[in-house]
Design a protein around this ligand. Structure first.
Ligand code: CU
Length: 156
């Protein structure tokens, strides 16, 4: 819907369409996964190995959603007094021409927290999420659901 709005605005203002193309190609996401999902489990954490920003401006990850979940929050995690504390983040900034990891064991323990996951997800090997960025870019990325064996052994 927002994309349609942007496109119609561009046409109304008679701007060259190439502006929209530029805005959709600067972010690259790789390595989206979650741990095995057990039946009945309705909150899961998603990890993204890298979000890469190939533009000359800082860009924020500002929102995430999925057709398979009620809502997704951006989280960080800290150990306070020996207790893991998760904290909601309004955004994660990806600096110009660099990348940020939301993978396992990244320095801030960034991850995406998915609430009220659809029961359908427990039977799937993968599902999609949508990520929104401060430059207007919206990306769909595939999240693979890891199996028990992949959790216990490193095959890479
Ligand atoms: Cu969390």
């Amino acid at each position: 819907m927002i994309l349609t709005l942007i496109i119609s605005t561009i046409f109304t203002l008679n701007l060259p369409f190439v502006i929209a193309n530029d805005a959709t190609e600067v972010i690259n996401i790789s390595g989206g996964h979650t741990n095995v999902i057990r039946p009945g489990q309705n909150t899961i954490a998603i990890y993204l190995d890298t979000i890469e920003n190939s533009s000359n401006e800082d860009i924020d990850l500002i929102a995430a959603s999925s057709p398979f979940a009620k809502n997704i929050e951006i989280h960080s995690m800290q150990i306070v007094d020996n207790v893991m504390k998760m904290k909601k983040q309004e955004k994660i900034t990806i600096s110009a021409n660099s990348k940020v990891s939301l993978g396992k064991k990244n320095p801030n323990n960034y991850h995406l927290m998915v609430f009220d996951v659809s029961p359908q997800i427990t039977e799937r090997n993968k599902f999609t999420i949508n990520l929104s960025f401060s430059n207007g870019e919206k990306l769909q990325t595939e999240i693979s659901v890891k199996k028990h064996t992949e959790n216990q052994h490193n095959h890479h």
